[in-house]
Write a protein of this length. Structure first.
Length: 364
């Protein structure tokens, strides 16, 4: 997702390493293959993926960027730009947010939590620089400072039956989904029953990694991406930027949209779509035979002929073979059950359940 990290063996000894490069060098020493952000694994991607099903895994989330938002106007500033309530974000809370253009199309999906008086925003590393620039354009006279937090913080994903026992060694464990807790090394955010996001001080990350690796198998990004797809969590990348309004990727179902918070870019379109019930495309989970398709790949159905009926949002290899995808599809085509990848005669999607109710009642 966006560019390449240099392998540690290629780093010039004549230049001081950044904290990010130090982290990549450490991971390489631990057996990571870091050819690119999408390609990070620990040498046995199929086994790592299999372990994600029933065992505990530890994943360096190098495809996620971080933005720090500081200043006395930080909360008000973000509250006026994002799809969800920022003012109500508790000191020990985390929330999902969308950042839309004026047409209500998602520029990025975000997760945000508090770190002291500051706010930290996690998003696709592929979009990090662009979103940082776009947010900065809105600052004007607001007392807000936006910075790249990528060199000061390291993000880890921890999942599996031993995940809670492992993070307990670091400090207090959040008891509820999308709650955070503080410890001497950083923060722990509970994503669901068995998954955690760790935001660590970069200097402490290697020691924490070694401690956690005693409980969980180091694994690559494909394993984490597969878990995210099982959880029905969409992620916007460069290929799908400005393609979907939040409801198309089920964003209100996963708590990423408030319909009472007031204005933000694209709010009128998002609200009108919700209250008029004109959500003709939704995000579905499906299995595909063959390799994982690229984000943004087009989908086709008999009802639409040569016209695309949807697009792939995210994809990852499946432990059972083939791949798992999240895809935005015209609902009538998904209901009919026959949707194909790339061409009307391409591989057929085999629909799978999502972990949340797709038939929630609409607001009155």
């Amino acid at each position: 997702m966006g560019g390449r990290y240099n392998n540690a063996t290629h780093l010039s000894p004549k230049k001081p390493l950044t904290m990010k490069q130090d982290w990549i060098a450490f991971l390489t020493q631990q057996g990571a293959r870091v050819d690119s952000l999408k390609g990070l694994d620990f040498g046995h991607p199929a086994d790592e993926l299999a372990s994600a099903q029933t065992a505990s895994i530890l994943v360096p989330l190098v495809d996620i960027g971080l933005i720090r938002v500081a200043g006395t106007d930080a909360v008000e500033f973000l509250h006026n730009l994002l799809t969800n309530d920022v003012k109500g974000l508790a000191a020990n809370g985390a929330r999902r947010y969308g950042f839309c253009n004026v047409k209500g199309r998602l520029l990025a999906d975000l997760m945000m939590w508090r770190e002291g008086d500051d706010l930290l925003i996690a998003l696709s590393a592929e979009l990090h620089a662009l979103i940082l620039k776009k947010l900065s354009m809105f600052v004007l006279r607001s007392k807000v400072k936006l910075t790249d937090a990528g060199d000061e913080r390291v993000l880890l994903g921890l999942s599996g039956p031993q995940a809670e026992a492992a993070v307990t060694e670091l400090g207090p464990v959040p008891t509820e989904v999308l709650m955070s807790s503080q410890n001497e090394h950083g923060q722990i955010i509970r994503l669901d029953k068995q998954r955690y996001l760790l935001s660590l001080e970069a200097a402490a990350a290697p020691a924490v990694w070694l401690k956690l690796a005693a409980h969980a198998r180091p694994a690559g990004l494909p394993a984490w991406h597969w878990l995210e797809i099982l959880a029905g969590m969409p992620h916007i990348t460069a290929a799908t930027q400005e393609e979907f309004i939040p409801q198309m990727v089920n964003y209100e179902m996963i708590g990423g949209v408030s319909f009472t918070k007031g204005c933000y870019p694209g709010q009128e379109i998002v609200a009108r779509t919700q209250y008029l019930g004109k959500i003709k495309r939704r995000m579905y989970r499906a299995h595909l035979e063959g390799g994982a398709p690229l984000a943004g790949a087009h989908l086709y159905a008999p009802e639409t002929g040569e016209q695309s009926c949807g697009r792939i949002v995210n994809a990852a290899p499946s432990p059972q073979g083939g791949s798992e995808v999240l895809a935005v599809i015209q609902s009538t085509c998904a209901d009919a059950g026959e949707v194909h990848l790339d061409t009307p005669a391409g591989p057929r999607l085999l629909f799978q359940p999502l972990p949340y109710d797709m038939n929630l009642p609409q607001p009155g």
